[in-house]
Design a protein around this ligand. Structure first.
Ligand SMILES: [Zn+2]
Length: 364
């Protein structure tokens, strides 16, 4: 071999090496599954880079093309051998490029097909998942707070006897308190409960004191619907009965509740009131969560928002379920869930909560 032939061999080798160095990162992509695991964008990027690499190494200006031109100029006795080497290098490079390209191309096509298959169901076809009703969300939030304070959640029937709805709650027949709590009656003497306080009675009968329960639920009144009234609404009743329970426990519990509900800076205020089933009774207010007590439209300028009624369980209520008021005492409170919902979301009309208009409900 002449020195020139050695030179030519070295040139072929150097062209191959230059290709191999750049092609190394594509060498993995061989055969079916060779590109598995790549992201679509990644595979597409690799395809573009592979095309550039092909141009650099096989185009008319590539070192390989220069070698091919050289074939015609080498001495005839070396020409065939040299030509074969160049051809072999060229074929080899093309084959490797083709294989990587085919693997990546097939992979991209597969991903696109999969994506398209999923995409078809995307707009409008997928059933809307929806979410919980704002009242349910509010109820769960309140429940979480009381459960963390050791209360259990009780449920009770919505259709009640006179005993549970009135008599056991110290509201005997002809008592004036029956009038504002008037409800809907069935023909056989049953009625829709007008307050969740009925669950107090069920709970005390079911599990004897000491007990700590909350009872969220639907209640009914003979109210004409307007922006702030609805003949059906949601209340949450709380009841704690134990030995040695005083007003302090009640005030502490409600103060802690509003702090957890509306923020640690929330203050409480208690006003004397009257309920047949508690004695003494009081209304609890909390400082407005919007203005912090300064006075705003939400709290009607007063700085306070009414939480609900509360008080020490009336001895007659305890007696009605066979609990000795000398041994046990307790407190009870009631909150309006939808009223709280209406305030927190600043609804102008609480009837919106029950109209089931999706455009409204979607906002929560
Ligand atoms: Zn305010």
């Amino acid at each position: 071999m002449s020195s020139e032939a050695v030179d030519h061999d070295a040139q072929v080798a150097s062209v191959r090496e230059a290709f191999e160095r750049e092609f190394e990162r594509f060498a993995l992509f061989r055969g079916e599954g060779g590109a598995d695991g790549l992201a679509l964008a990644e595979a597409e990027g690799l395809l573009r880079e592979l095309a550039e690499l092909r141009t650099r190494h096989t185009s008319k200006k590539s070192p390989l093309a220069q070698l091919m031109k050289l074939v015609g100029r080498v001495p005839p006795d070396e020409r065939a051998a040299f030509g074969q080497r160049v051809q072999a290098a060229s074929a080899d490079i093309a084959a490797r490029l083709d294989e990587a390209h085919a693997t990546l191309q097939a992979y991209v096509a597969r991903l696109l097909l999969e994506r398209e298959r999923l995409d078809v169901t995307l707009p409008g076809r997928r059933p809307r998942r929806g979410h919980l009703h704002p009242i349910t969300l509010m109820r769960q939030r309140i429940e979480d707070i009381f459960v963390s304070m050791g209360y259990t959640v009780e449920d009770g029937p919505e259709v009640e006897t006179d005993f549970y709805n009135f008599t056991a709650l110290n509201i005997p027949e002809l008592h004036p308190a029956r009038s504002p709590q008037d409800t809907f009656y069935t023909t056989d003497g049953l009625s829709l409960r007008s307050q969740t306080s009925t669950v107090q009675i069920h709970a005390m009968q079911r599990r004897r004191p000491p007990l700590r329960v909350i009872a969220p639920g639907r209640v009914f009144r003979r109210d004409t619907p307007d922006a702030t009234h609805n003949p059906m609404f949601f209340q949450l009743e709380g009841l704690l009965v134990d030995r040695g329970i005083t007003m302090e426990h009640l005030k502490g519990t409600l103060s802690e509740f509003v702090r957890r509900m509306f923020g640690p800076e929330t203050r409480t205020r208690f006003r004397p009131s009257y309920f047949p089933f508690t004695e003494p009774s009081m209304e609890a207010d909390y400082s407005c969560f919007k203005c912090g007590g300064e006075g705003c439209r939400l709290c009607k300028g007063s700085g306070w928002i009414e939480l609900g009624g509360s008080g020490m369980v009336h001895p007659n209520v305890l007696r009605a379920v066979g609990v000795d008021p000398e041994e046990f005492s307790g407190f009870a409170f009631g909150l309006g869930i939808d009223r709280m919902c209406g305030l927190m979301y600043e609804l102008d009309d609480i009837r919106l909560l029950f109209e089931n208009d999706v455009r409204f409900l979607e906002q929560f």
